[in-house]
Design a binder for this molecule. Structure first.
Ligand code: OSB
Ligand code: MG
Length: 369
């Protein structure tokens, strides 16, 4: 396949409710939507970098710059037969995985359309519906958290993840556990702790959590291995895993017992699948993380999470959990068994709501051969 044009759209999408994590609070989510052209067909991609570099060093402006000046020029006009070849062509760009993943997603959507297959079929995904949960941000007070959680449980979500940070951890988690003894519950610290101040986390170990996500620094596999050796609850890594090599080393070091896979964080769907395959081979459960994606990224996450190693519910909630107005036609809804159905149309299986896209667009740029 030869890509001959790429359009970038910087989007700003207002969230239904502010989302707060240990690294900050946002009212709106930025991202880059990509339209990728080949042979008269258009593929869609989403680059998950946000307005500020809080979750990772990338942000929407660095991704724009790296896509425009390096990644898109390396791909335009060149044959790209598979995702390995895509990675070889962009390998000279160090890091910037979210920028790479945005364009790679567009390549996959095109590939599916050319072959007349859904991404799930291309990936060999087994599940036609994937188990999902909801990720709840840090709230004003524990009562608000309980109210929000109750609302999601009523909607049918079977698994809840709450964001924690020092001082806003044990009390709220204990309260939720007390209110819902059998609930599938997990916490995400987004790197807010160090080994020195991780004492408060020990109380979490008795609350029968599915996992504790990314307690320590992104670049600290070693300290995670120290922490995991003291905990019976599995540690799950998110921010620390950027490559297949990181995943292998984290498992060898016993820095975690579960991995959260996000295609954006690891440079694309092809790399995400490689990490899935490694974990499946070692009996390590994985699950699909989320980045408050639009419907485009959500479709990609659903296809990825259809693979057999995605044993735990993903952070892939229904469209109405995120935005008043999404940029795709239709919406993703929650089935009564806490699943979302994987699209089965060709490619990602979603189409753009052009007027909505226009309303969300901050700026656009068209690049061609
Ligand atoms: O750490 O998983 C995270 C959102 C933005 C950045 C990082 C994370 C998250 C979430 C939201 O937890 C998950 C979702 O998309 O529902
Ligand atoms: Mg996380």
């Amino acid at each position: 396949m030869i890509i001959d044009r790429v359009d970038l759209h910087h989007l700003r999408m207002t969230l239904r409710a502010p989302f707060e994590t240990s690294f900050g609070r946002i009212d709106a989510r930025d991202c880059i939507l990509l339209e990728v052209f080949s042979d008269g067909e258009i593929g869609l991609g989403e680059c998950a970098a946000d307005r500020a570099p809080l979750y990772t060093y990338e942000n929407v402006d660095t991704a724009w710059h790296i896509l425009k000046n390096f990644i898109v020029p390396a791909i335009l006009g060149n044959e790209v037969k598979d995702s390995d070849e895509f990675q070889r062509r962009v390998k000279f760009v160090r890091g910037h995985n979210m920028a790479k993943a945005g364009l790679e997603m567009g390549w996959w959507d095109l590939r599916g359309k050319q072959k007349g297959k859904s991404l799930r079929e291309l990936f060999g995904g087994e599940y036609s519906e994937v188990k999902v949960g909801v990720s709840i941000g840090i709230k004003e007070d524990p009562q608000e958290l309980l109210d929000v959680a109750e609302n999601y449980l009523e909607k049918g979500y079977e698994r809840i993840k709450i964001k924690i940070k020092p001082g806003r951890d044990v009390e709220e988690t204990r309260l939720l556990r007390k209110a819902y003894p059998g609930l599938k519950l997990q916490v995400d610290a987004n790197s807010a702790y160090t080994l020195d101040n991780s004492k408060s986390l020990e109380a979490l170990d008795d609350l029968e959590l599915l996992l504790i996500e990314q307690p320590l620094a992104e670049d600290d596999l070693w300290d995670h291995s120290q922490l995991q050796s003291r905990f019976k609850t599995p540690i799950c890594l998110d921010e620390s895993i950027h490559t297949l090599r990181h995943a292998r080393q984290a498992l060898d070091m016993k820095a975690c017992r579960i991995i959260n896979i996000k295609a954006g964080r690891v440079g694309g769907l092809g790399n995400a699948i490689s990490i899935h395959d490694l974990c499946l081979g070692q009996g390590i459960p994985v699950w699909c993380g989320g980045m408050l994606e639009t419907g485009v990224g959500r479709a990609s996450n659903l296809a990825l999470a259809s693979l057999p190693g995605f044993a735990l519910p993903g952070d892939i909630s229904a469209s109405d959990r995120y935005y008043h107005e999404d940029i795709i036609d239709g919406e993703f809804t929650l089935n009564s068994n806490s699943t979302i159905t994987v699209p089965n149309l060709q490619g990602l299986g979603v189409s753009l709501d052009r007027p909505a896209l226009k309303r969300a667009t901050v700026k656009s740029l068209s690049l061609s051969i």
